[in-house]
Design a protein around this ligand. Structure first.
Ligand code: TXA
Ligand code: MG
Length: 333
């Protein structure tokens, strides 16, 4: 199993043009140097990712950002306040960024991670690292080295183990292509309220991304995404009653907090006390774990829609999305 803790090995593979899985504070990324088009091409192949879905570039700081993107005043404010951290900025790209990274778009998505191992590798390589989440297209994002191994296997030459990711959900993405109209493209650990107050203006969140024009804003945000293999059904609220099975199907229920009932083998929760940060940290890990057991369906309830709760609700809504359920309401009661 190619899991280890050697920064040296990770760097050697990267220098040989092989993508390497690296921990970040959000989720594990599948990384390649910005200058290695060959390695970046392999990322798309390993992930089975469509070529029209651009990648996030990871830098050390605003100085490195300035080499690859046109930095406006709003970007400066947000870097000052939230970098390094789980915030990705979409800005006009400079010519040195290869088209394969941005899927031919004139913009580039960039963030500066806090994860110390990741930062160490950025310093050694002296160039940015391109890194999407280290999962196959449409599947759950990995928050542990083991998840990367289970999802991608031998196709990745090395997985640098940095333990569990601190946040457990992907970074917030904001487009600053228009400074007058900043747009949230993906909710994440940095809330829209925090962004609005730092910028001193409203940040909009285009909801109906399925419309073609909006899908183009952030090509990777599909209605269905981040999915386990087992059918996931989303509820506004799950009843804390004993439920062994439903119509003969074996159901695992995922509550936000520990339900007020006796011990049930099919009841799980994201956070015993109902803490949103803990719920985000546990979400993908618990879904991965239950997906590996023999449940017919997983039922999950929404969490309070505030702070990082918005990111959790976004991910579970996409994970539970069924093309056939549109309009019937059956999957989102
Ligand atoms: O937390 C994270 O952001 C993690 C870690 C590894 O850093 N990365 C991550 O990457 O979530 P990925 O590829 O799974 O998601 C990147 C998203 C995609 O939805 C993609 O469409 C969007 O960012 N994106 C990338 N470049 C863009 C651009 N120029 N304009 C709009 N959206 C962009
Ligand atoms: Mg992803």
């Amino acid at each position: 199993m190619p899991i280890g803790t050697s920064i040296k090995t990770a760097v050697e593979w990267l220098q040989q043009g092989e993508p390497v899985a690296l921990p970040t504070e959000t989720v594990y990324g599948l990384a390649a140097p910005l200058g290695s088009v060959e390695a970046i091409q392999k990322i798309y192949t390993i992930k089975r990712r469509p070529a029209n879905n651009p990648l996030i570039v990871h830098v050390l700081d605003i100085n490195q950002l300035e080499k690859i993107a046109v930095v406006n005043a709003s970007a400066r404010v947000l870097c000052e306040k939230f970098w390094p951290g789980p915030l990705t900025l979409v800005l006009p790209k400079k010519d040195c960024v290869p088209d394969i990274v941005t899927a031919q778009q004139p913009s580039v998505a960039v963030r500066a991670p806090t994860q110390p191992l990741f930062r160490e590798i950025l310093k050694i390589l002296k160039q940015p690292l391109v890194a999407p989440s280290a999962n196959r297209f449409m599947q759950l994002s990995p928050t542990k080295a083991q998840h990367v191994w289970e999802g991608l296997g031998e196709e990745v030459k090395y997985i640098l183990d940095g333990g569990s990711c601190t946040f457990g959900v992907e970074s917030t993405i904001i487009s600053l292509l228009s400074e007058e109209k900043p747009q949230l493209l993906r909710p994440g650990p940095i809330s829209v309220e925090n962004l609005s107050s730092a910028l001193n203006r409203a940040v909009s969140f285009p909801k109906n991304r399925e419309k073609e024009s909006e899908a183009k804003l952030c090509p990777g945000l599909f209605k269905k995404h981040y999915s386990p293999q087992t059918t996931l059904v989303l509820f506004e609220r799950l009843e804390s009653v004993v439920l062994k099975s439903f119509d003969g199907r074996k159901i695992a229920r995922i509550f936000f907090k520990k339900p007020n009932m006796g011990c049930e083998k099919n009841a799980f929760w994201l956070s015993e006390q109902g803490n949103l940060e803990e719920a985000a940290f546990r979400l993908f890990d618990l879904l991965q774990e239950l997906d590996g057991q023999h449940w017919d369906e997983l039922w999950i309830e929404k969490v309070p829609n505030q702070g990082i709760g918005q990111a959790i609700n976004d991910r579970i809504t996409r994970a539970a999305y069924q093309e056939s359920s549109v309009g019937s309401g059956s999957a989102s009661n």
